[in-house]
Write a protein that binds this ligand. Structure first.
Ligand SMILES: *[C@@H]1O[C@H](CO)[C@@H](O)[C@H](O)[C@H]1NC(C)=O
Ligand SMILES: *[C@@H]1O[C@H](CO)[C@@H](O)[C@H](O)[C@H]1NC(C)=O
Length: 311
């Protein structure tokens, strides 16, 4: 029963823990720029997804299908060359009036690297990836290769939070799911991506709780944690991302045509399609009941957009 309850979604892989880390880089963003019931990979064009929290390029809509579309957006990332969009199911807490509200996010980090093999090629144009299983309800149904884990920032609270499982780990593997240590012959490794998200519940649940945590994912319990990504790095940034992973054990800055690592764009990221969809959890549940498209087949997969649509 934590009286103070800061925890984070962190993404540690066996590569990170047990093997020599290759060089890496990291791009942070303070908060999601929107929560919305869309998922351009799993439910393209539809407003019937569970609620997701969206980070980085704000050009994303329910219909986004290309890297170029994202490059026209504004990003609140601490690297203006990263115009990718990243999203995860919204983490919700139950407020005093019984409604479910998005939990405050302290920081969303995308780590690139920390793999066992260096990256050889940039992300392919229009790359889309999903890690995790949005319909899993048990540990057995979680794709093992997604390495999703929850844990508590404060080690003293670890047991409490482990008992109320919550934090996902969603690393993206280079090459293909399961290609953990090396690529099959004839394939080349692209940068490996993992998400790490810290939520701070101290602000909204200051007295903690007893029993079941009044916290859930918009898509269900902790086992359905998942993460989505559409590549929108600038061309130069994407190439420099590969170079940043060439030497060992170092943090390397990725710079590009739009600025330096650590720079922030002078813009405010906003919903590009405010007339449609919802940022309200209860409304999203209502809209989801009208869903006609099955979500089958979208656990830990990547694909290339079938066509490039330009705005
Ligand atoms: C995802 O979860 C569903 C349960 O909704 C399960 O039937 C399915 O096997 C899981 N997929 C994987 C890849 O484990
Ligand atoms: C989005 O909202 C606009 C303005 O209300 C509307 O014209 C458009 O049809 C909507 N798009 C979808 C896909 O519902």
């Amino acid at each position: 029963m934590p009286s103070s309850s800061s925890f984070r979604v962190a993404l540690l892989t066996s590569g990170f823990v047990a093997h020599t880390a290759l060089a890496y880089t990291q791009v942070n963003v303070p908060t999601p720029f929107m929560n919305k019931n869309i998922d351009p990979i799993v439910f393209p064009g539809s407003y019937t997804s569970h609620l997701h929290s969206f980070y980085r390029s704000d050009a994303v809509t329910a219909s986004t299908s290309s890297s170029d579309e994202l490059r026209s957006g504004c990003t609140n990332a601490e690297n203006p060359n990263d115009l990718s969009t990243y999203w995860t199911p919204a983490v919700l807490y139950q407020s005093g009036d019984g409604s479910w509200q998005p939990a405050p996010v302290m920081r969303f980090s995308a780590y690139y690297g920390l793999g066992d093999t260096p990256a050889e090629v940039p992300f392919p144009e229009n790359l889309m990836m999903v890690a995790g299983n949005a319909t899993a309800t048990t540990p057995e149904e979680m794709p093992a290769e997604a390495n999703s884990e929850w844990f508590c920032e404060d080690a003293d609270l670890f047991d409490t939070f482990a008992a109320a499982p919550l934090l996902p780990q969603l690393p993206y593997k280079a090459g293909r799911p399961g290609a953990y240590y090396e690529c099959p012959s004839g394939m080349q490794a692209m940068p490996r991506l993992r998400f790490s998200i810290r939520y701070d519940l101290r602000e909204v649940l200051p007295s903690g709780w007893s029993g079941t945590a009044p916290v859930m994912l918009a898509s269900g319990n902790a086992f359905c944690s998942h993460g989505d990504f559409i590549h929108g790095w600038t061309d130069e940034g994407g190439i420099n991302l590969v170079a940043a992973m060439a030497s060992k054990d170092e943090y390397l800055s990725v710079n590009g045509a739009l600025g330096y690592d650590g720079d922030v764009m002078d813009c405010v990221a906003v919903d590009a399609d405010p007339e449609n969809g919802t940022s309200d959890y209860a409304d999203s549940v209502e809209m989801k009941s009208k869903r006609s498209i099955p979500a089958f087949g979208w656990s830990s997969k990547s694909r290339f957009a079938r066509s490039v649509r330009r705005m």
